[in-house]
Design a protein around this ligand. Structure first.
Ligand code: FEO
Ligand code: CA
Ligand code: CA
Ligand code: CA
Length: 655
């Protein structure tokens, strides 16, 4: 038996000898051992002892799934899917969203101006959600985030002559698109024009709600009452409420602000606001200069609720859900109908959060009334105990040191400074929480921790230091109630390269060894359960790690994974299979299913990603591989896009 064979998924049982060997100290060994003991709570049967009886049904239905042939890794500039599947492009950056008749056409030289861009899909698709219209399965709304832009791709004349017009186009390429879809013969397309279609950008007015609305920390010269913010940006992943609205999550908002005079404050430093901003919006929009408008940044880093069914509805920033670098917002209901939202803060050594509403959701509630459930509740932060039991620690003003003496005058200040409040509560520093996914059939939740190459010492929930390839945790709330104070947790899988010399980089995907890398992956990011309980995993290995010549000595550690990919895990057996490989330089983002599971929607984000966002398109001296996807040779620039994937025989995807 080789050393590789001994690295097994800890969830399979107590054989985690090699994993233990990674720990540097006896204290570490004890922590990992204790974490391992918790695994018995999960087993691989799929049914926890305390899970409701109904939970057994999806687990039984999963036998034999997934049912497709895993595909090999790829470094080609195209999308690959298993035999018997096909993909089509549904939306691309620059295509009209259908918000009006006589729509501006896409110009392949990126020559569209800001006003045209504001009627077209933005750049760099990320989270998305599907909202069925009617009951016959042929119509739906799609809400879709445009996380950020590469300026070197966005303008026909590149970065020459930075101007207000360029800032306006950059802002118009951010935000969210809402479009109407129609299905015929199993194939979906965008309805254009449509009464529902709209673009929300970095300039769209939106309302502040919850404890921080109206607070002095959010008051600006333009909005002294702290009620109305212009825009949303760096909308990463998302959520979907039971009442039919979309939650769009503001992630790396800090990068759009520059403090051009004086030192950044301690709070600004904690959130990453610096003297400079690569986006350069502040040069023409002074509100992004923190030296001039120090409170403007307090109006970003929130979760935004959008009603896709009403194009006139004003988006709402729900401040009760906290201010940090939000990844997604996974929504479910507690046993008594309270709304529960799980939220990750994607930065190394930051935290995982949960919100529980005070009021209860009742089916049939009007969307506006139900949305207010997100304004009054308790935000908590996760502590993962080494004994395999975790707890949610509430961030409530006046309790547990969250008081004026520690810099929190009221609940609004707790929320504006969420990270600092979580510090006070002794939360567990994690390896970059990306998406949280909630099992549809039982009280079980999973989260991707994408990587943390800078981790210096391991702990139970982050068992590798450094952690170049990331892992996935999962937990079950006590009493199968998402509002419970505690949970049982385990490591679901450690991602990695089975051929790595360093054991800490190998990973423990089931069935993997040095000769069989079929399920190798790194840097899990997007994560979603489908209605059957299969867990879909999207990867985001950074382009620099894959292709930058200066990183050549390290490339061997990453090129085994090929281009970024989509995999499927059976959470009951631990089996993982590769389902899709993307084009050069892309990341897989966003995931949604048609209600009949016959179409899977995913996003290809930043194909041909420049290593520097301001690198001019096709610069022959740039060190990265350029992409021609999806338009092909002569098509112009690479474009982020939504894929619609189906089985050629029309059957359920993944079965
Ligand atoms: Fe936008 Fe953490 O990914
Ligand atoms: Ca992500
Ligand atoms: Ca990522
Ligand atoms: Ca990304």
């Amino acid at each position: 038996m080789s050393a590789d064979d001994e690295i097994v998924n800890p969830s399979h049982g107590p054989r985690f000898t090699d994993l233990l060997a990674l720990a540097a100290s006896r204290r570490q060994l004890l922590k990992l051992g204790a974490a391992g003991a918790a695994l018995a709570l999960f087993g691989r049967s799929g049914a926890a002892a305390d899970a409701p009886a109904a939970a057994a049904a999806p687990a039984a239905a999963l036998a034999g799934l997934p049912g497709f042939t895993a595909i090999a890794t790829s470094t080609e500039d195209t999308v690959r899917v298993p035999p018997g599947y096909e993909w089509a492009v549904l939306t691309r950056w620059g295509d009209p969203v259908g918000a009006q008749a006589g729509q501006p056409r896409w110009r392949s030289d990126a020559g569209n101006d800001a006003a045209e861009q504001a009627l077209q899909f933005g750049m760099h698709h990320d989270g998305m959600a599907l909202f069925p219209l009617g009951t016959d399965g042929t119509r739906a709304l799609l809400a879709l985030n445009h996380e950020y832009v590469d300026h070197g791709l966005l303008f026909a004349d590149g970065m020459d002559g930075w101007s207000a017009a360029k800032v306006a186009k950059s802002m118009a390429a951010h935000g969210v698109s809402v479009v109407e879809l129609v299905q015929a013969d199993g194939r979906w397309s965008v309805v254009s024009p449509s009464q529902y279609a709209r673009r929300i950008t970095a300039a769209t007015p939106m309302r502040l709600a919850g404890p921080a609305a109206g607070h002095a920390l959010l008051a600006t010269a333009a909005d002294p009452q702290a009620q109305t913010v212009l825009g949303t940006f760096n909308n990463c992943a998302c959520g979907q409420t039971p009442w039919g609205t979309y939650l769009s999550c503001e992630e790396n908002f800090n990068g759009y602000f520059a403090r051009t005079a004086g030192e950044p404050t301690a709070l600004e430093k904690r959130y990453g606001i610096r003297e400079k901003s690569d986006y350069r919006w502040h040069e023409h929009e002074p509100r992004f200069d923190s030296a001039l408008h120090p409170n403007e940044a307090h109006r970003f880093g929130w979760v935004v609720e959008i009603d896709p069914h009403d194009p006139a509805a004003v988006p709402v920033k729900r401040t009760a859900l906290g201010r940090f670098k939000h990844e997604n917002a996974a929504v479910t209901l507690a046993a008594d109908g309270r709304v529960v939202v799980y939220l990750g803060d994607d930065q190394a050594n930051e935290y995982l959060y949960r919100y529980v509403s005070k009021g209860r959701y009742a089916p049939g509630m009007a969307r506006a009334a139900a949305g207010a459930l997100l304004d009054d509740g308790t935000l908590s932060v996760a502590h993962f105990g080494a004994d395999g039991h975790g707890e949610w620690r509430a961030l409530v003003h006046g309790r547990d040191g969250l008081d004026a003496g520690n810099g929190f005058a009221d609940q609004a200040e707790v929320l504006v400074k969420t990270r600092l409040a979580a510090d006070v509560r002794g939360a567990t520093k994690l390896d970059r929480t990306e998406w949280v996914a909630i099992h549809p059939g039982r009280a079980e939740v999973a989260v991707t921790l994408t990587n943390n190459s800078g981790r210096k010492s391991a702990d139970a929930a982050d068992p590798r230091a450094p952690n170049p390839h990331g892992h996935i945790l999962r937990w079950r709330p006590d009493g199968a109630d998402h509002a419970a104070d505690g949970f049982a947790w385990e490591v679901f899988v450690l991602a990695g390269d089975p051929q790595a010399e360093d054991a800490s980089a190998r990973g423990n995907q089931p069935g993997l060894n040095a000769a069989n890398t079929d399920a190798a992956f790194s840097s899990p990011d997007g994560l979603a359960f489908d209605a059957r309980g299969l867990l879909w995993i999207e990867t985001d290995v950074s382009t620099g790690k894959l292709w930058h010549p200066q990183l050549a000595p390290k490339q061997g550690a990453y090129q085994v994974f090929g281009n970024n990919q989509l995999l499927v895990a059976n959470p009951d057996t631990g089996e993982i299979r590769r389902f899709l490989t993307g084009p050069v330089g892309c990341e897989l983002t966003g995931i949604a299913f048609s209600p009949d599971l016959r179409t899977l929607f995913v996003n290809i984000q930043h194909p041909g990603e420049p290593l520097d966002a301001n690198t001019e398109f096709n610069d022959p001296t740039a060190p990265q591989r350029w992409s021609q996807w999806p338009d092909g040779p002569g098509g112009g620039r690479p474009r982020s896009a939504t894929l619609a994937i189906r089985r050629t025989d029309g059957g359920p995807v993944g079965s």
